[in-house]
Design a protein around this ligand. Structure first.
Ligand code: NAP
Length: 264
């Protein structure tokens, strides 16, 4: 049975990945990484008894913890991320560096028997020029500013990961995401839809990792296109963007927004 790792199993993408892999008939072993055991238990109570799921809980920067989580896995889904445009945010870069450190340690330890897992790294359609150019000018203006720090962080992480040519990398590049059920999807390198459910993103990321034994999409930036009618929650997206625009034009306001409980 193959083993898949899900990093960020308490987030929206990570949770959808875990639920989908847990519930679908094709069984795999699942190693999950999260920073809070109580959050894992409350969101995914089945992890306490599921024999095919193992939890690794601790600090993101612990290469040792990640090393154990990634030992003998076939696929890594990296969904440690943030949606708030926090000035100077670096969570994607820290995740990328810890993954690489952990894989390097395993490579050293295992020598010629080491087989590098496929890494499916959560990114954004906005970072892919093909998808970006399909957006209207106003969306460019708002997203460039309202997601400025998040995109900078993602861009640097992906540049760093691409330098590691020994890691088979797929970047998952979704459009606007929403908490909706699965309504149908397809993978694409050329066309993007405006919105997508987290459930379809999870299905798409799993397909990226599994199609043609995992090699169909390696080295590519791939989006998940919605083929059904997605029920978007535009209020949530508008809130992220409003907060993001304030942080872009007035970075010191971040501390005030934190104190007011508007951002985590
Ligand atoms: N929202 C959209 O419409 C949209 C569209 C396209 C692309 N994206 C991209 O998707 C990503 C957001 O994904 P998401 O919505 O799944 O995020 P999310 O729900 O906020 O989940 C983030 C996950 O990362 C974990 N995490 C964050 N900081 C951490 C840290 N310092 N140490 C350990 N774990 C940490 C969180 O843990 P806790 O649960 O403990 O906090 C959580 O498990 C962003 O990169 C964004 O650019 C979003």
């Amino acid at each position: 049975m193959p083993t898949y790792a899900i990093l960020g199993a308490t987030g929206s993408t990570g949770s959808s990945l875990l639920k989908y892999l847990h519930e679908r008939p094709k069984k795999v072993k699942i190693n999950i990484y999260a920073r809070s055991a109580s959050k894992v238990e409350s969101l995914h109570p089945y992890t306490r008894t599921a024999e095919n799921i193992q939890s690794f809980v601790g600090d993101l920067t612990s290469a040792n913890l990640l090393k154990e989580c990634l030992r003998n896995v076939d696929v890594i889904f990296s969904a440690v991320a943030q949606n708030y445009n926090e000035p100077g945010c670096s969570v994607a870069q820290r995740t990328a560096h810890t993954i690489v450190d952990a894989l390097e340690a395993l490579r050293k330890e295992e020598g010629s028997s080491f087989k590098c897992p496929i890494l499916v790294f959560l990114s954004s359609a906005s970072l892919n020029p093909t998808f970006w150019n399909a957006q209207p000018g106003l969306a460019h203006f708002v997203l460039e500013r309202g997601c400025h720090y998040i995109y900078g962080d993602l861009r640097k992480s992906i540049e760093f990961l691409k330098e590691q040519s020994w890691i088979p990398l797929i970047t998952a590049e979704p459009p606007g995401l929403t908490d909706d059920i699965s309504r149908g999807y397809e993978l694409s390198e050329n066309e993007v839809t405006p919105g997508l459910s987290y459930d379809d993103l999870a299905r798409g990321m799993v397909q990226m990792a599994e199609e043609e034994g995992g090699h169909r999409w390696v080295g590519k930036g791939v989006t998940v296109k919605a083929t059904g009618s997605v029920k978007m929650n535009y209020l949530v997206l508008a809130r992220y963007l409003m907060v993001g625009l304030i942080a872009y034009y007035l970075p010191p306001a971040w501390a005030f927004m934190q104190r007011a409980g508007l951002v985590p």
